[in-house]
Design a protein around this ligand. Structure first.
Ligand SMILES: C[S@@+](CC[C@H](N)C(=O)[O-])C[C@H]1O[C@@H](n2cnc3c(N)ncnc32)[C@H](O)[C@@H]1O
Length: 241
């Protein structure tokens, strides 16, 4: 069975919740499939919707993600904004990190401040869940240059399988692992070059023997359709969580 991290108890039916998130992500997939400039220059957004946005003052525009809609807007656009607000989880912000993260200076030096911040926020949660559930393996989807993998392998002692479609990024990650990690740590991280999609996810899970070993699926900035594709499988079949 899968367990999804930090879904508040107020969500009674997690499967239904995930279905709604996935449907919304799929229906509006052009939002994350295209660059912002392409969206503005092409016909993706109707000229009517564009005009409506242009007519909003800065303050109103900044309130749209928090649910500001106007009755004159097309129904589809109103539904999108309102559904986003309904599906946004109210997760209480923790005052302290669940697990103390001591990142070696060497690893910090090669990471931008933004990335460091993201890792500082996410890695302790992953480590806490892994400790609580005796999980020793991480599946990092869209692993990129493997920033979080190095931290989890060194400070969390976890073994990592990164899945990444861009083989140049995998080469970059392996190079950085060799430069920055001890040999026994870098050998704990492996990468698979492949594009995860609905057709191959099941096959890849079998290849990785996800059924046999408890694992934790992680995605830092999972972009494109990656979240929708992997979430699609979450409530149903697999034996890693
Ligand atoms: C925004 S980057 C984040 C990289 C890394 N997790 C980080 O935080 O530095 C997203 C990564 O996911 C990869 N990616 C996107 N869609 C994918 C897919 N369907 N299967 C595998 N990798 C994918 C991209 O190539 C990219 O490297």
């Amino acid at each position: 069975m899968w367990k999804i991290m930090d879904i508040p108890k107020t969500v009674e039916d997690v499967e239904l919740y995930c279905e709604r998130v996935i449907s919304l992500l799929e229906e509006w997939s052009w939002l994350y499939q295209y660059r912002a400039t392409e969206i503005l220059l092409s016909e993706l957004l109707s000229s009517e919707s564009l005009k409506l946005m242009e007519n909003l003052d800065d303050h109103s525009l900044s309130q749209v993600p928090f649910g500001l809609v106007q009755s004159s807007w097309p129904q589809q656009l109103r539904f999108f904004v309102e559904e986003c607000v309904r599906l946004t989880l109210k997760i209480p912000v923790r005052q302290s990190q669940p697990v103390k993260l001591t990142v070696p200076n060497k690893l910090r030096k090669c990471t931008s401040m933004k990335k460091q911040h993201e890792i500082d926020e996410l890695a302790p949660y992953i480590m806490e869940h892994c400790l609580q559930s005796s999980i020793s393996r991480i599946y990092d989807i869209g692993s990129g240059l493997g920033y979080i993998d190095r931290i989890l392998a060194t400070t969390g002692g976890l073994s990592i399988v990164g899945v990444e479609l861009d083989s140049c990024k995998i080469e970059g990650a392996i190079k950085l692992n060799k430069e920055l990690l001890e040999q026994n740590q870098s050998s704990n991280i492996i990468y698979i070059a492949c594009r995860l999609d609905e057709e191959n996810l099941e096959h890849i899970c079998e290849q990785l023997q996800c059924y046999k070993e408890n694992g934790c699926l992680v995605g830092l900035h999972a972009c494109g359709d990656l979240s929708a594709v992997s979430l699609r499988q979450v409530p149903s079949k697999y034996a890693f969580y």
